[in-house]
Design a protein around this ligand. Structure first.
Ligand code: DLL
Length: 453
C-alpha cells in the first residue's frame, strides 16, 4: 500500500528544525475515518479470501465481509486470539505465498509454541514509516545518533526500531540488549542523542553508570523512547531526573506489527497516539467479550485493547485481543489519532490476591513516591504451608543513600499505602541496593510460587 509521506529526505533537515509530518498525521478525523472504512472493507475481504482461519471464523459467526458497511459494523466480526495464532503455527495465518514474505519474527514462546508473524516488503516499509513517525513525535530528528538497545533477533523491538530510525534519517548504533558495560562505553564514546530501550533496561544502564562513577546526567543523551513493557509516570520522572533526558512512550506488539503501533509526543507526554491510518482500535470488556457488538466500550472506558490492521499484507489481523488493559482518549498533539492511556497491565498478568486485583505497575507507582525506596522490586506470591490464603511479598531495594535502619519506616509506609490504594495486605522486605536481578530487556516482576492447579 502506498505511503503518502512528505518527510524530508534524510540529511536535508537539521537536528533542530521543525519536523515535517506525514500527511496522515495532520488529516481531519472525518478524513481519517473515511480512510479507515475503505481500508477496513478491503482488509476483511482480503483476510476472508486468503486465510482459511478467517473464512472459518466469519462463516461460523454468520458474518460476511460485505456486512461491513460502516466502522461500527466491525463489532459483528469475531475476535482473533494468541491461541488462534498458535494453532495455525507456523505459517497458517499468512495471506501471501511464502516467496512474498520478506521477514519473519516470532515471540519467545515461553508458554507453549511461539507465535509467528510475517511481513511483505510493503509491510516492512509501512512499519519503518510508523516507527519513524513515533520517534519523530518523541523528539528524535534526522541526523541524530540513536543508540538502539532493544534486543535484535526474532523479537520485533531491535530490528523494528532499527528500520524506523534509519527511515527517519538517523545514524543507528545497533548495540541490541545486554552487555551493559559495553553499552556505557559506547554511550560515552559515540555520544548518541537518543536511546531506545525498555524502561527497566534504561534503569539498569543508569544504575551501572552510577556504580562506575559516571554521572548519568552528564551523557550526551537527550531523548529516550521507551516501551515493550508497562511503566508508570513515576518511572518516567525517575528516568528523566536520573539521566537528564526526555522520556517518551512507544507501544506495539508483534501480532499487530511490532513497535510503533502507537507513539507518544514529547511536547505533551500524555500517552501514545495510535496510528489510526493503519490500525483500528477498540476497547472491550475483557471478562465478557462474548456479547458481540455490545461488548465494545466507549472512548474513555477502561477495558482490553483490540486491534484490526488496515494495511497489512502478509498477516492481516482482525480484532486481535491484546490482553492489554487501557482506554482510548481523544487525540492531542496529533488530533485525528486517538491516544491510549498508559497500560495498567495485561489481563493475564493480573494478580488476584484474596479477591483483590493487583498489577505490578500499581506497586511501582506507590513505591516510587517513597523517597527511601528504589524502582528495583519484585513481587513474590506464595501459599504458606497449611494455609488456604495466598501471600504477597514485595521485595524492594532501598536507595544507595539510605541506611538499612532508616528503611524500616519506608517498609511500613509502603505496606500501608498498598493496603490503602490497592486493598491488599502484604509483606514488604526492603533489601540491599544491587541485590535484585536487573533487567536486560523486558523485566519479570512477578514470581508466582503458589502450587499450580
Ligand atoms: O514488545 C514490541 C515493542 C518493542 C514495543 C519495542 C515497544 C518497543 P511483543 O514482544 O509482542 O512486542 O510484546 C507486546 O508488550 O502486548 C504489551 O503487553 C507490552 N508492551 C509493549 N509496549 C508497551 C508499552 C513488543 N509502551 C506486549 N507499555 C504488549 C506497556 C507495552 N506495555
Amino acid at each position: 500500500m502506498t505511503q503518502n509521506t512528505v518527510a524530508a529526505p534524510s540529511g536535508s533537515t537539521s537536528k533542530d528544525s521543525a519536523p515535517v509530518l506525514d500527511r496522515e498525521e495532520t488529516i481531519s478525523r472525518d478524513e481519517l475515518e473515511a480512510l479507515q472504512l475503505s481500508r477496513l472493507q478491503h482488509t476483511v475481504a482480503y483476510a476472508y479470501d486468503r486465510v482459511p482461519l478467517y473464512k472459518r471464523k466469519f462463516d461460523d459467526a454468520g458474518v460476511h465481509p460485505t456486512d461491513l458497511k460502516e466502522l461500527s459494523d466491525l463489532g459483528k466480526f469475531p475476535y482473533t486470539t494468541k491461541e488462534d495464532l498458535r494453532l495455525e503455527y507456523p505459517f497458517g495465518m499468512f495471506a501471501v505465498p511464502q516467496d512474498q514474505v520478506a521477514r519473519i519474527h516470532a515471540s519467545s514462546g515461553t508458554t507453549g509454541r511461539p507465535t509467528v508473524v510475517g511481513y511483505t516488503k510493503n509491510d516492512l516499509a509501512t512499519w519503518a514509516t510508523l516507527v519513524a513517525r513515533s520517534f519523530r513525535a518523541s523528539g528524535v530528528r534526522p541526523g541524530m545518533k540513536v543508540h538502539n538497545a532493544y534486543g535484535y533477533g526474532l523479537f520485533t523491538g531491535g530490528l523494528g526500531a532499527h528500520a524506523g530510525a534509519e527511515a527517519l534519517g538517523c545514524t543507528v548504533i545497533p548495540i541490541s540488549g545486554g552487555q551493559t558495560e559495553r553499552q556505557i562505553q559506547l554511550i560515552q564514546d559515540f555520544k548518541p542523542d537518543a536511546i531506545l530501550a525498555t524502561p527497566t533496561y534504561l534503569l539498569t544502564i543508569a544504575d551501572a553508570m552510577a556504580h562506575q562513577g559516571i554521572d548519568p546526567t552528564s551523557t550526551s543523551l537527550k531523548y529516550a523512547v521507551l516501551g515493550a513493557e508497562p511503566w508508570t509516570e513515576e518511572m518516567r520522572h525517575e528516568l528523566e531526573v536520573t539521566m537528564n533526558i526526555k522520556a517518551s512512550d512507544i507501544y506495539g506488539l508483534s501480532e499487530v506489527m511490532g513497535p510503533g503501533v502507537a507513539g507518544e509526543a514529547v511536547e505533551t507526554q500524555d500517552g501514545c497516539h495510535i496510528w489510526e491510518d493503519h490500525f483500528r482500535p477498540e476497547i472491550i470488556d475483557p471478562f465478557d467479550p462474548s456479547r458481540g457488538e455490545s461488548s465494545v466500550l466507549g472512548d474513555g472506558e477502561p477495558g482490553e485493547l483490540v486491534f484490526t490492521s488496515l494495511t497489512k499484507e502478509a498477516l492481516p489481523i482482525i480484532r486481535y485481543r491484546t490482553k492489554d488493559l487501557t482506554r482510548l482518549l481523544p487525540g492531542t498533539a496529533r488530533p485525528a489519532h486517538r491516544r491510549m492511556g498508559r497500560i495498567t497491565g495485561r489481563s493475564d498478568d493480573m494478580i488476584i490476591l484474596r479477591g483483590v486485583n493487583l498489577f505490578p505497575s500499581q506497586i511501582e507507582e506507590i513505591a516510587l513516591r517513597i523517597p527511601e525506596l528504589s524502582p528495583h522490586f519484585q513481587l513474590e506470591l506464595t501459599r504458606p504451608e497449611g494455609k488456604r490464603m495466598d501471600s504477597l511479598t514485595v521485595r524492594i531495594e532501598r536507595r544507595e543513600s539510605v541506611s538499612a535502619e532508616s528503611s524500616t519506616t519506608a517498609a511500613r509506609t509502603l505496606r500501608e499505602q498498598i493496603k490503602i490504594h490497592v486493598g491488599s495486605s502484604c509483606v514488604v522486605e526492603v533489601v540491599d541496593p544491587g541485590s535484585l536481578e536487573r533487567s536486560n530487556g523486558k523485566l519479570r516482576r512477578i514470581y508466582d510460587l503458589r502450587p499450580k492447579g
